[in-house]
Design a protein around this ligand. Structure first.
Ligand code: MG
Length: 234
């Protein structure tokens, strides 16, 4: 069997400016094994990515807070949605944060579509100061994870590793069956749950430490390099 993949989006399937690499999209579409998109983004983004890659929906969203498997029309209503974490507690931290600092906000403007569909956590722009956010989150027993694109306030019980095991179970697989590819500290738990893991060259120190291998190339080029490595090992 071609190895199942667990793949991050931002910084892994994209370039530095966050644009999705069309070669990465094509590679996902063509991968012969199962693919789980595992991201810090809210659910609509990875669901759309599965659709546009022409793949069945198999998604970990919100850094593990949401798992969605087989919810496509083709699955005949047999899909499953697992929602963990505590959006209300994360929102309380966000409210503390914006109340405490004069003029401080989450950094997304009045419309804030970054958080609009978020069910288990709240994301704060990396342009905002993180230390007060960490302190306020700790007061309410929550974590802050830095995905390299945003700070995410989330339950410490939720991570991509636990969610990957949940997704694997629903797909009739084990976490260790997967090859995980990512670029930031929120991917480290998925690397531990997977049997094989790659950090792309732009990854942060935590992700690089947790991964079995670090690619020579960065961003989507590193993703493609990892895929070629996995195929070469078969
Ligand atoms: Mg990433």
């Amino acid at each position: 069997m071609t190895a199942p993949l667990a793949v991050d989006i931002d910084g892994t399937l994209t370039g530095p400016e966050r644009a999705l690499d069309p070669r990465a999209l094509a590679a996902l579409g063509e991968w012969a094994g199962p693919v789980v998109i595992a991201t810090g983004k809210a659910l609509p983004y990875p669901v759309a990515l599965c659709e546009f890659a022409g793949r069945p929906i198999a998604v970990v969203a919100e850094n593990g807070g949401v798992v969605c498997i087989g919810a496509d029309a083709a699955a005949d209503g047999e899909g499953e949605l697992v929602v963990e974490g505590d959006r209300e507690a994360a929102q309380a931290v966000a409210d503390d944060y914006t109340d405490a600092g004069a003029g401080r906000d989450l950094g997304w403007g009045a419309l804030d579509i970054v958080n609009r569909w978020r069910e288990t956590e709240v994301a704060v722009s990396r342009a905002s100061p993180v230390e007060p956010l960490r302190e306020l989150a700790a007061e309410r027993g929550l974590d802050v994870v830095d995905t390299g694109f945003a700070y995410h306030v989330k339950s410490p019980a939720v991570d991509k590793g636990r969610a990957l095991r949940t997704a694997a179970d629903r797909l009739g697989l084990e976490g260790e069956d997967f090859v995980a590819i990512g670029d930031s500290e929120n991917d480290a738990a998925a690397f531990q749950a997977a049997g094989r893991s790659f950090a792309v060259a732009n990854a942060d120190a935590t992700a690089k430490r947790a991964a079995d291998s670090v690619t020579e190339a960065a961003y989507s080029e590193g993703f493609l390099e990892a895929l070629a490595g996995v195929e070469g090992e078969r």
